[in-house]
Ligand binder design. Structure first.
Ligand code: HEM
Length: 128
């Protein structure tokens, strides 16, 4: 059953599935392996899931919790390019449609797309 509301329980599942998908993708996984290692059950990853849950809850429901700077870690993850962002977005689109109704999935995706464009701008990656 697709979720028609966003809550911590479904965001938590979505986030974990997203990174399982990311880790199977040769283009995107390298950045995460470098930053967090390849053991998705490690403490580093648990911490990352919690951060991303808070992040998506803030963006989608306004629930307070995420107070960090989402962009700056991307300055240190290695050379990012447009194709990697596109692939990241593709996987994200797939995972949100797997968990949420069309309307919510589109809202998630739109948020991600806007941020992705900003990140690329700030990283001086050509996005057209
Ligand atoms: C090319 C695409 C991307 C790659 C390879 C990537 C990679 C990463 C990595 C490796 C980290 C962990 C950094 C660390 O903890 O040292 C991270 C953190 C994060 N990413 Fe991305 N990312 C990408 C795109 C995005 C986009 C489009 C968004 C937003 C929609 C996003 C949101 C975040 C957030 C919220 C964090 C946690 C920041 C914090 O520590 O508070 N990422 N990303």
């Amino acid at each position: 059953m697709l979720a028609s509301e966003v809550n911590r329980e479904n965001v938590s599942k979505m986030v974990r599935t997203f990174y399982e998908m990311i880790m199977k993708d040769q283009r995107v996984n390298v950045y995460f392996i470098m930053a967090l290692g390849n053991d998705l059950d490690s403490e580093e990853w648990q911490e990352h899931y919690k951060i991303l849950e808070d992040f998506w809850l803030l963006l989608m429901t306004g629930e307070r919790g995420y107070t960090r700077d989402a962009f700056s870690p991307h300055l240190d993850v290695g050379e990012l390019d447009k194709e990697t962002f596109e692939r990241w977005l593709e996987l994200f689109n797939e995972v949100v449609h797997r968990y949420y109704t069309q309307k919510l999935a589109e809202k998630f995706y739109k948020r991600a797309e806007v941020l992705s464009r900003k990140f690329m701008q700030w990283l001086h990656i050509e996005s057209t």
